[in-house]
Design a protein around this ligand. Structure first.
Ligand SMILES: [Cu+2]
Length: 155
């Protein structure tokens, strides 16, 4: 059998398993409900334009994946983990955080967190910052806008 024929056979197999044959979920199926608390951004120290922030997220009614975050006051937000590597705390960027139905994801100081770059001058203690969190659930995009309090280190 030639290579061309083989790939045609493979394509034929894939077509037989197309999503059109899969049962579609009932239209009444509700999307998961997201809620949050403790949303915060640390005021950058000194003249730095880099900081971190956190939020406690919970979900009911389905699994969700936190994909990204953005804010009009901040140029870029990354999702970071923190872990001990050779007796030293190290931060690492991750693609996403998964939250299972009924579970809670805590983004906080000293643990999983949001790393923020290009933080605007308006991000000062006592102010609030809107952060848009982008999720995916069962292939559908979801967003949640949280109002984060700007906190000052040591307060
Ligand atoms: Cu970080």
């Amino acid at each position: 059998m030639s290579k061309w024929l083989m790939s045609a056979a493979v394509l034929g197999l894939a077509a037989a398993c197309s999503p059109a044959d899969a049962p579609t979920p009932p239209a009444s199926e509700a999307a998961p409900v997201l809620s949050y608390s403790d949303a915060f951004v640390m005021e950058p120290i000194g003249s730095r334009d880099m900081t971190m922030g956190g939020v406690t997220l919970s979900v009911e009614g389905g699994d969700v994946t936190l994909l990204s975050a953005s804010s009009p006051s901040i140029e870029a937000i990354e999702l970071h983990t923190m872990a001990m590597v050779d007796d030293r705390m190290q931060m690492r960027q991750v693609e996403n955080f998964e939250i299972a139905d009924g579970e809670v994801l805590e983004l906080k100081r000293g643990g999983n967190h949001m790393m923020m770059f290009g933080v605007g001058e308006g991000v000062v203690g006592g102010e609030t910052v809107d952060i848009t969190l982008n999720f995916e659930s069962d292939g559908e995009p979801m967003t949640l806008v949280v109002e984060a309090d700007v906190r000052v280190v040591g307060e």
